[in-house]
Design a protein around this ligand. Structure first.
Ligand SMILES: *Cc1c(COP(=O)(O)O)cnc(C)c1O
Length: 421
């Protein structure tokens, strides 16, 4: 065996001093001897890439919604999917500070997170949870959406056995065909469960499939069906609590859909629900995504960059690496098709976006301040947000990918640490 050979099943057999005892076991690391400022959380451990969330933007956007809907309507702040990637607890607190009345989440787990953070506002779960979640619904004072009798009665029973009354909202399907009781069956449904002393109907709602469409034809049909369902409930002397239907798009376009409460998600985050609504209001996007350069090189002409070499250096350039990739929400499909901001100006992203890194092409003469000064490790790159006179919006990325901004901001929330400013 030559000395260059390594043993596949262990270390190099001729490396001196290798032994089991040299492996540092976690319990031998004395964490107290290292000065850590705060205990470990995703928010406190530094990384070279991060999401910045401007909570004053969230407050500002809620106040814009308040101006639209007036003081007589409630505002439900939708913080599902970890606050569309912004951090549900921080967003919920900011929204409540700015005057939101209700919160909405998509699952029991998301509701529990808010309660564990000591948030007291009413919380609606936007769908009907599985039956086995009922004890959590009660213990954490969450309001489920209901659309089956089986769940309703089980919830009522469990509540009653604990001397509680469970509040719920009824989902009414007016045409989206996702969840809810068909609008003409709402009265029958409520009457079939309303006898239960463990249940209290706190609200009824429907959801629009096309509120962001240029045409309002289908929207009008759904709104008319919802009005009809409400009228039938009133005729049957049902106290249905809060009626609500408007998502962000309807809140921005159709005051006749407000009823007692509006449910705003994307607007609160400072983005618009679709092309029809762009530039509609003075919304401020709350999320930026930034990273710092970790390496700069000037490869020879013809050299390839990143997996697959589908970018090759064709003129003298600097290639800067930033520690953010598709596992952080920068969609790989944007490889070579996106720009970032550097020294206040746009730069091309080049080569395939990797899981944890991607590369930026910086022209050699590139400058804003110091003419032609070489790119440096630690310099900031803006992937989403503004720098100098330029801004890269989630809509620009979404358009390039044929998707909607909602999806992209959720993805940026999955792994990156968040900094609140
Ligand atoms: C997500 C959601 C909303 C919020 O939608 P936006 O377009 O983000 O305002 C409102 N209602 C329901 C039922 C939802 O699922």
């Amino acid at each position: 065996m030559s000395t260059n050979e390594t043993n596949y099943f262990g270390a190099h057999p001729y490396v001196e001093g290798y032994s089991e005892s040299k492996i540092i076991e976690p319990e031998h690391i004395d964490r107290d001897s290292v000065k850590l400022q705060e205990s470990y959380t995703r928010e406190t451990v530094p990384r070279g890439a991060w999401v910045e969330v401007d909570l004053s933007a969230i407050e500002h956007n809620i106040r814009i919604v308040r101006k639209r809907v007036g003081l007589d309507r409630k505002i439900m702040a939708v913080v599902k999917a970890d606050g569309y990637g912004h951090g549900a607890v921080h967003v919920a607190e900011a929204a409540l500070r700015a005057g939101a009345d209700y919160l909405a989440v998509s699952s029991v787990e998301e509701g529990v997170e808010l309660r564990e953070a000591n948030i007291q506002a009413p919380i609606l779960i936007l769908s009907q949870p599985p039956m086995r979640a009922i004890p959590y619904v009660l213990a954490y004072d969450l309001m489920p959406t209901i659309f089956t009798q089986e769940f309703a009665l089980a919830l009522g029973e469990e509540a009653d056995q604990n001397n509680m009354v469970a509040k719920y909202h009824l989902a009414i399907d007016t045409g989206m065909n996702r969840i809810g009781i068909f609008y003409l069956d709402a009265v029958d449904f409520i009457q079939s469960i309303n006898f239960h002393r463990g249940l209290k109907l706190d609200g009824v709602f429907t959801h629009f499939a096309t509120a962001d469409d240029p045409s309002d034809w289908d929207f009008r049909m759904q709104l008319q069906r919802f009005n009809e369902a409400l009228q039938l409930m009133r005729n049957a002397r049902i106290d249905y609590g809060l009626a609500h239907s408007a998502n962000s798009a309807a809140t921005m376009r159709y005051p006749d859909s407000y009823f007692d409460m509006v449910r705003v998600g994307i607007t609160m985050y400072g983005l618009t629900p679709g092309p029809v609504l762009r530039d509609k209001d003075d919304l401020i996007p709350a999320m930026s995504v930034k990273a710092q350069i970790i390496q700069v090189r000037e490869p020879q002409m013809g050299e390839g960059v990143s997996y697959g070499f589908n970018y090759r250096v064709a003129k003298p350039v600097q290639i800067a690496t930033v520690p953010i990739g598709y596992a952080d929400g920068v969609q790989r499909a944007l490889s070579g098709r996106m720009q970032v901001l550097y020294r206040g100006r746009p730069c091309r992203q080049v080569g395939n976006i990797c899981m944890d890194q991607m590369m930026i092409e910086i022209p050699l003469d590139y400058s804003a301040e110091g003419v032609g000064s070489p790119a440096e490790i630690g310099e900031e790159i803006v992937i989403l947000g503004s720098q100098g006179d330029y801004e890269i919006t989630a809509d620009m990325m979404a358009d390039e990918l044929d998707t909607i901004s909602y999806e992209l901001i959720c993805m940026f929330g999955l792994r990156l640490p968040r900094i609140y400013v």
